[in-house]
Design a protein around this ligand. Structure first.
Ligand code: HDE
Length: 704
C-alpha cells in the first residue's frame, strides 16, 4: 500500500484510491507508530493499519463481512447509548473533597464527621428532574443535588434536591407524579416543562403538593448557576453516636457564593442562547480554578421536639424553619476537578439513598422508605449488571470484600475457593475470606419511634400529614414583595398554558387556603373569577415568618463567581476596558469581552480580541454589562438589533449597565433606558455590579 499524502484535498488524510485501486493510508499513523500508547488497536489489542477505509473486494467493490475492524467499531458504536435516568436525566458533575470543620462525634460515629480537618473525597452530580439527557439547563424545575462521599467506612450517598420539601408524601405516588410532569403521553411534548395540563391536573388533585408548588413557582426553580443553589437531604434522617444514641437530623448545603436566581424571561432566553448554560458554567469555573464550595449544616432534634411541632417531622412535604432550629455547620465541600470523561463518570455514576455508613440511619419517612428500593432497581436496568458498583466512579475507596460473585461484566478476579461463609478453609492454610465485624460493622438503629401506632399494618399516614397548607402559607408569606410577585406571575404563566379550565379553577380553589391575596392575583392574571375555596383536610395555621426561606433576605450578590460583559468596538479606548476588566477580576469575577467581530480589533491604545461575538453573546449570559464605545460605533450599533436587545434585556432583567458617554447618547437614550441606581456611568460600575435592581422591575414588566 502506498503512503501518498498528495491527494486532491491536500491534507494528511487520504480517502481516495489510485487508478490501480490501491488504498492510501493516514500519514499520521506513521508518527503514532513510534509510541506504543498512541497506536490505534481493536478491543482485542490488534494494531489497526487503516482507520479510514473499510475492507472491500476491489476499490469500487462490496465491503467484506470479514472486516473485523469495521464490524467491531460499528458494533460498539451501535451500543453506545444506555437508558437515560427516568428522572434527573440531565446532569453535570464534578469531583471534590469534603472537609470536616466542626466534628460531631457526640451525635454521630460516622468517620467523616469525627475529626476537624478530616478530608473525604466526593463526586457530586447536579441535575434537572423532568427533561431528557439532551434537554436545556434552565427550565423551571427542581435541581437534584446528589453527593457521593467515598468515606473510609464505605460510600455514603446524600441524594438531595435544591428544595427542602417534596411534592408527595408517599412513594406510591411517585410514578404518577413523574408521568404527569414528563412529556404528555400521546403527543410527546412539552419537554422539560411543568406548564401543561397533565402536571397541573395531577397537582390540583394532590393538595399535599401545595407547599412544594410554592417553591417550584418561586425563583429557586430557575437558578443562575449550579454553584449558587442550596441542597437539602429533605427527609428526616438519624444520626447515631458510638453509644448507640440517636438524634433526628436534616442535612442542608449552603453555597459560599450565595443563592442566586434568574428571571423567567431571562431563563427562557438563556435556553436559546446557551442550552448548556449551567453545565458550561460549572465546568469553566472548575477549569479556571474558581472552585465552588458549599458548607454542610445539620438541623438536629429529638423525639420530644418532634412531638411538639404542628407538623410531622416524617412528612417530606414539611420543613423545620431555620429560625426554629438553627442549622449547625459540620464541614465544607469544595468541587475542584472536572470529570475526565462525561460518560464514564457523570453518566455512569449511580447514587442510592440506601448507601449509608455507620453513624447515619433512616427514619420512617414513607417517601424515603420507597426510595430505598427504587434506586438500586433502576440502576440495574440502566447500567445493565449487578456489578455496577465496580465501575470506578461507584466503587468505594476503602477496602471491599464479600462473597458476592459472578454476574454480567464481572471485573473482579477473586482468588481461592472461599466464596461461602462460614468456612474453615483458613484452618487448612487457605484464604478463608472476609468475616462479619460485630463491633465496627453497620448496625441498624432498632428502637421504635414512639408515635408509630404500635406497628400495626395499615395503609395510612400520620394525622398531621393532613395539614397541606400551613407551610405553603409560611413560604409565601416569608418572601419579599418582589419574590411574591415572581411567584404569583409564575403560577399565572403556568396556568395560562393549561387548557383545561377546570384544572385552573381547582388550583385557584386550593391557593385560597394558602393566601387569599395570592389566589386573587392569580385569578386577576388569568382574567378569571375566584372559585369557592377548596375544603382543607385540616385547617391551616399561621406560623411565624421565616426570612431564611427568602433568597433576597438571606443572600447578597457578590462579584465573586459572577460574569460581567464589556462591549467594545474598533477605536474604543483600551485603557477604560483594562480598568473595568481588572476591577472585575480583582473581586473574583470574570470579565468577558464582547464585540461585533471576534478577531483582533484596533483600539485607541492597542489591539484587543473579543471573547465572544455580539450576536452570540447576548446579555442574558452575564450578570452585568458595561461598554466602551466611540460615537461612530455607537451610532452604528444603535441600528443593530443584537445590540439593542443586549441593552434592552440587561435593563429588563434589572441588571447593572455601566455606560460610556457615546453609548448613553446614541444607544441608551434612543432605547428609552433612563439612568437609575443600576444604569450608571462606567466610573461607578464596579461598586454596584452585579446587584439586581428590583425597583426597576415594575417599570419593565407587568407582574401579577
Ligand atoms: Fe429520586 N430517583 N426518587 N428523589 N432522585 C432517581 O434514580 C425516586 C426523590 C433524586 O444524579 C432515580 O439513579 C423515587 C426525592 C436525585 O444520578 C430513581 C422517589 C429526592 C436523583 C428515583 C424519589 C430525590 C434521583 C432515577 C419517591 C430529593 C439523581 C435515576 C419515593 C431528596 C441522582 C436513578 C443522580 C434519581 C426514584 C424522590 C432526588 C428512579 C421512587 C424526595 C438528586 O430511582
Amino acid at each position: 500500500m502506498a503512503n501518498t499524502p498528495d491527494h486532491p484535498g491536500g491534507d494528511d488524510f487520504t480517502f481516495t484510491t489510485g487508478e490501480g485501486g490501491e488504498t492510501h493510508q493516514q500519514v499520521a499513523n506513521d508518527a503514532g507508530d513510534a509510541r506504543p500508547e498512541s497506536r490505534l488497536t481493536t478491543n482485542q489489542g490488534i494494531r489497526v493499519s487503516d482507520n479510514q477505509n473499510s475492507l472491500k473486494a476491489g476499490a469500487r467493490g462490496p465491503t467484506l463481512l470479514e472486516d473485523f475492524v469495521l464490524r467491531e467499531k460499528i458494533f460498539h458504536f451501535d451500543h453506545e447509548r444506555i437508558p437515560e435516568r427516568i428522572v434527573h436525566a440531565r446532569g453535570s458533575a464534578a469531583h471534590g473533597v469534603f472537609e470536616c470543620t466542626d466534628p460531631i462525634p457526640e451525635l454521630s460515629k460516622a468517620s467523616l464527621f469525627a475529626e476537624k480537618g478530616k478530608e473525604t473525597p466526593v463526586f457530586t452530580r447536579f441535575s434537572t428532574v423532568a427533561g431528557g439527557a439532551g434537554s436545556v439547563d434552565t427550565p423551571r424545575d427542581v435541581r437534584g443535588f446528589a453527593v457521593k462521599f467515598y468515606t473510609d467506612e464505605g460510600n455514603w450517598d446524600l441524594v438531595g434536591n435544591n428544595i427542602p420539601v417534596f411534592f408527595i408524601q408517599d412513594s406510591i405516588k411517585f410514578p404518577d407524579l413523574i408521568h404527569s410532569v414528563k412529556m404528555e403521553a400521546d403527543r410527546g411534548f412539552p419537554q422539560a416543562a411543568s406548564a401543561h395540563d397533565t402536571f397541573w391536573d395531577f397537582i390540583s388533585l394532590m393538595p399535599e403538593s401545595m407547599h412544594m408548588i410554592m417553591w417550584a413557582m418561586s425563583d429557586r426553580a430557575i437558578p443562575r448557576s449550579l454553584r449558587m443553589i442550596e441542597g437539602f437531604g429533605i427527609h428526616t434522617f438519624r444520626l447515631v453516636n458510638a453509644e448507640g444514641k440517636d438524634t433526628f437530623c436534616k442535612f442542608i448545603w449552603k453555597p459560599q457564593l450565595g443563592v442566586q436566581s434568574t428571571l423567567w424571561d431571562e431563563a427562557v432566553k438563556i435556553a436559546g442562547a446557551d442550552p448548556d448554560y449551567h453545565r458550561r458554567d460549572l465546568f469553566e469555573a472548575i477549569d479556571t480554578g474558581a472552585f465552588p464550595a458549599w458548607d454542610l449544616f445539620v438541623q438536629t432534634f429529638d423525639e420530644d421536639f418532634a412531638s411538639k411541632q404542628p407538623y410531622d417531622v416524617l412528612d417530606p412535604t414539611k420543613l423545620i424553619p431555620e429560625e426554629v432550629i438553627a442549622p449547625r455547620k459540620v464541614g465544607t465541600m469544595t468541587l475542584n476537578r472536572n470529570p475526565d470523561n462525561f460518560f464514564a463518570e457523570t453518566e455512569q455514576s449511580a447514587y442510592c439513598p440506601g448507601n449509608i455508613v455507620p453513624g447515619i440511619d433512616f427514619s420512617n419517612d414513607p417517601l424515603l422508605q420507597g426510595r430505598l428500593f427504587s434506586y438500586l432497581d433502576t440502576q440495574l436496568k440502566r447500567l445493565g449488571s449487578t456489578n455496577f458498583h465496580q465501575l470506578p466512579i461507584n466503587a468505594p475507596k476503602c477496602p471491599m470484600h464479600n462473597f458476592q460473585r459472578d454476574g454480567h461484566m464481572q471485573t473482579a478476579v477473586p482468588k481461592g475457593r472461599a466464596n461461602y461463609e462460614p468456612n474453615s478453609l483458613s484452618d487448612n492454610g487457605e484464604d478463608g475470606g472476609p468475616r462479619e465485624c460485630p463491633e465496627t460493622g453497620f448496625t441498624t438503629f432498632t428502637a421504635n419511634d414512639e408515635r408509630n401506632d404500635g406497628g400495626m399494618k395499615v395503609r395510612e399516614r400520620g394525622e398531621l400529614f393532613a395539614d397541606h397548607y400551613s407551610q405553603a402559607r409560611l413560604f409565601f408569606r416569608s418572601q419579599t414583595e418582589i419574590e411574591q410577585a415572581h411567584l404569583a406571575s409564575a403560577i399565572v404563566f403556568e396556568l395560562s398554558k393549561v387548557m383545561i379550565e377546570a384544572v385552573r379553577i381547582r388550583v385557584m380553589a386550593r391557593l385560597r387556603n394558602i393566601d387569599e391575596t395570592l389566589a386573587k392575583r392569580v385569578a386577576d392574571g388569568l382574567a378569571m373569577d375566584l372559585p369557592v375555596k377548596a375544603k382543607a383536610a385540616r385547617e391551616p395555621i399561621d406560623m411565624d415568618d421565616s426570612p431564611a426561606l427568602s433568597i433576597q433576605q438571606s443572600y447578597d450578590i457578590p462579584m465573586k463567581g459572577r460574569k460581567v460583559a464589556i462591549l467594545f468596538d474598533e477605536g474604543s479606548d483600551k485603557s477604560s476596558i483594562d480598568t473595568l476588566k481588572s476591577g472585575i477580576e480583582k473581586d473574583g469575577g470574570t470579565a468577558f469581552l464582547v464585540a461585533p467581530k471576534v478577531g483582533a480589533l484596533k483600539l485607541k491604545g492597542g489591539t484587543l480580541a473579543a471573547d465572544g461575538q455580539l450576536a452570540g453573546s447576548p446579555s442574558v449570559l452575564f450578570d452585568a454589562v458595561a461598554c466602551a464605545m466611540m460615537p461612530d460605533n455607537a451610532k452604528k450599533l444603535a441600528k443593530d438589533s443584537a445590540a439593542q436587545g443586549w441593552f434592552m434585556d440587561a435593563y429588563a432583567h434589572c441588571k447593572t449597565i455601566g455606560y460610556c458617554p457615546a453609548t448613553k447618547e446614541f444607544i441608551l437614550d434612543k432605547l428609552g433606558i433612563e439612568p437609575d441606581a443600576g444604569v450608571i456611568p462606567n466610573a461607578d460600575f464596579l461598586g454596584v455590579a452585579p446587584a439586581r435592581h428590583w425597583d426597576r422591575e415594575p417599570k419593565v414588566r407587568m407582574l401579577a
